[in-house]
Design a protein around this ligand. Sequence first.
Ligand code: C2R
Length: 183
Amino acid sequence: MSPAVPTEARPSAGVLLLAGSPGDLDVALEAEETLNELRISSRLRVVSAHRTPDAAVECARSAEADGFGVIIAFAGLAAHLAGVTAAHSLLPVIGVPCSAGPLQGVDAVLATLQMPSGTPVATVAIDGAKNAALLAARILALHDPDLRKRLDSLRERDRERYRPDRVEAELKKRRKDREGRGP
Ligand code: C2R
């Protein structure tokens, strides 16, 4: 049986980042940072399925021809951007529900998650920009062995932070701080 993951090297496609409003940009920039760390090219645009529907549809339709392999859509409130994007592209779409308004993302997480059958959106946590970028990277890494290595090193670096001796040192420091504060 042939392997499921091709082993030949191919340059990785980029990631298209779509934010529903300038208010979502801080979350979107966190994803951009992670993609930069992994040396994955990306383009960040603000488009809205509600306010600029033609531009949103155009972005989704041209994304594949523009060299993107995954789309990440960031939106809060009644978040339709990821769903509309998935309706107009066959690329994998990851939805990031953004914390906004009185419900702080609970509305957006349901809107992004509860897609009707036939139009898939992979939904991450509220403001889960880093995981969205890492998930996009894992998808692209299926066809890019070098990217796979970079992902592996990044994960190793993250794991370092939770090494038992480091966690133990943190525990000691916190105990000391609490003692210092008195009863
Ligand atoms: P403003 O702060 O600009 O009023 O936006 C945005 O993602 C933002 O979180 C408030 C929230 O409205 C969201 N929005 C959507 C869409 N367009 C804008 N959910 C969409 O296309 O789904």
